[in-house]
Design a protein around this ligand. Structure first.
Ligand SMILES: [Zn+2]
Length: 572
């Protein structure tokens, strides 16, 4: 038994995520967590909402709510959706937690003690009417490049030119519209990442087993242009973690908060501390996952994320951890993903284009989405969701191959032998062939799951389902029954045991259907078939079963066309 720490990139608090976000981190992380638990490993699976920064403040202002209330509400919404998709987090935390405040301030203090933080004076826009500094997105004005009159302080939406707020002509506050602005000097803290470039580069060089996508992005940031840059870790905002040096005040930093990119990954650690508190456990219980001096030296730590998050996880967060000089756990494996596109274009949160997590669950149960998304995970390149492909995949893989097998076997048995596992007969060469084929495929399936090769694993799982259908087709118990009921009983008994086997193997991908299959067989879905012989004779003659509900309904052309039209844009 191994100990495996798994984190999914934490979703931003602002709004409901689309299926492209889901398949880029949380869903594959859940697949792996479920698989590791099923194999008997001790797992800690953590995620959280990322709650700080200007977008949260702006969204709260738009919703007419205090930002803390807005974040609390949206956290509940996201937690409910995670449950709806059966994401099996051990804890779904919040980056605004007291634990994250304390840890973020602690890390900043350690980094400062190690000489890895410097103060930089910057010119920033101050609004007298609003009584505050205005970060980039809070300033609007006319673009000096194209004349667009609603350019933002960081970029002109119209011509895409990158801007400094001081470049804007006739700048005004995006909060109040006030033009009573002044450029003032303000001080910020920078993490001296550039000085850690050698250490980070040496560390990345040891990660020869990481996906190319991960290491190539990390090396690009390390080496391109002038190489890894120092980064600001503070902001003039109200909402966030107040800048402190450990427990102590930080002279000159009064009224400032840490920048969201600095505190968000520290929430991975804080989420474990939140988990301990939520379950009334002592600190030692979470520290054994995170401190190599307190038991975490045998932990394997795996992170899941979209490719846009790779620089923060391979460079910035490791710089924070290494720079602290304390024995915190560094990541062992970074599984990163390309993008999922939507029906000839991109998912768009601002345009409401594509299927969002809440809408998906209104339309179909989560297993349908989990199966499609995981079996089409954008691993080696971007992939695309189309309704035609979704319909085909659901109807063939889930309804025709798996659902039909379960339905045929259980209904046939009920009609000929009743609702108990039939006795009689003994295994012959065809059963031996099936066992051998299953052994090979299950071994491949496990190897792909261990390696987090998700598409390959899904294809192997489908192959395992197909073996059952081929076996039924070859042995045709419905026709053999008339002349040789014992031969039909052998096939039926083995096929009922296959349903139980399929429940265990399929549970990481389609947990609800797996639970229904296992329950119908009077069994426990989490028993992994380490011993295939034993697994396929677990249901012995006389054991009761029931015919399960329809596992997967087919998607009609009409439904597909309706959904295609409904999700083409302009989310209500
Ligand atoms: Zn412009």
């Amino acid at each position: 038994m191994a100990r495996i720490l798994i984190t999914s990139a934490i979703p931003y608090i602002n709004g409901i995520k689309h299926l492209g976000n889901l398949v880029g981190s949380q869903l594959p992380a859940d697949l792996y967590a479920r698989y590791c638990r099923a194999r008997g490993h001790e797992v800690m699976f953590l995620c959280a909402t990322d709650e700080h920064g200007t977008p949260a403040e702006l969204a709260a202002a738009k919703a007419g709510k205090p930002v803390a209330d807005y974040c609390a509400e949206m956290h509940t919404v996201q937690a409910d959706l995670a449950r709806g998709f059966r994401l099996s987090f051990d804890h779904f935390g919040r980056s605004s937690s007291a634990q994250n405040h304390r840890l973020t301030q602690h890390f900043a203090g350690r980094l400062a003690d190690a000489g890895l933080i410097k103060e930089v004076s910057e010119q920033q826009v101050y609004s007298h009417a609003d009584g505050r500094f205005l970060p980039d997105r809070y300033i609007e004005g006319t673009c000096p490049n194209c004349g667009y009159d609603r350019a933002r302080g960081d970029q002109c939406e119209n011509c895409t030119k990158q801007l400094d707020p001081t470049d804007l002509i006739d700048p005004r506050s995006a909060i109040s519209g006030s033009t009573d602005l002044e450029v003032r000097e303000t001080k910020h803290l920078y993490l001296r990442q550039a000085s850690m470039r050698g250490r980070l580069s040496d560390w990345i060089d040891t990660k020869t087993d990481w996906p190319i996508l991960t290491t190539s992005i990390a090396r690009k940031w390390l080496n391109d242009g002038e190489g890894l840059q120092d980064r600001g870790i503070t902001r003039d905002l109200d909402w966030g973690i107040p800048v402190k040096r450990g427990d102590a005040d930080w002279p000159g930093m009064e009224g400032k908060v840490f920048y969201v990119w600095f505190d968000a990954p520290i929430e991975y650690i804080a989420a474990a501390a939140e988990w301990a508190q939520a379950h009334g456990k002592p600190d030692a219980d979470w520290e054994r996952w995170w401190r190599t001096d307190k038991g975490a030296d045998d932990v394997r730590y795996v992170q899941f994320m979209g490719k846009d998050n790779v620089p923060f996880h391979t460079l910035s967060f490791p710089a924070t951890i290494m720079g602290s000089g304390e024995p915190w756990k560094l990541v062992d494996y970074v599984k990163s993903f390309n993008y999922l596109n939507y029906d000839g274009g991109q998912f768009s949160t601002s345009q409401g284009r594509g299927v969002f997590m809440d809408q998906a669950l209104e339309v179909l149960p989560s297993d349908y989405w989990r199966w499609w998304l995981l079996s089409h995970a954008p691993e080696s390149s971007d992939s695309e969701f189309t309704w035609e492909n979704f319909q085909t995949s659901v109807n063939k893989d889930l309804a025709d191959v798996l659902g039909n097998f379960v339905s045929r076997v259980t209904k046939f048995c009920r009609s000929k032998f009743g609702e108990t596992v039939p006795a009689g007969g003994a295994h012959g060469p065809r059963e031996d062939d099936l066992m051998n084929a299953l052994r090979v495929r299950i071994s491949n399936y496990q190897a792909h799951m261990d390696a987090m090769e998700i598409r390959k694993a899904s294809s192997e799982l489908r192959g395992i389902w197909v073996l059952g259908n081929e076996y039924l087709q070859d042995t045709a118990p419905w026709s053999v029954f008339k002349t040789d009921p014992d031969a039909a009983a052998v096939v039926t008994r083995l096929a009922l045991n296959l349903i139980r086997l399929y429940a265990a193997l399929s549970q990481p991908f389609i947990p609800d259907a797996a639970a229904e299959m296992a329950d119908a067989m009077g069994s426990d879905a989490t028993v992994w078939p380490d011993d295939l012989e034993a697994a396929l004779s677990a249901l012995s003659p006389g054991a009761a079963f029931r015919v399960p509900d329809v596992l997967f309904a087919k998607i009609s052309d009409e439904a597909r066309e309706d959904w295609q039209a409904r999700f083409s844009g302009t989310r209500a």
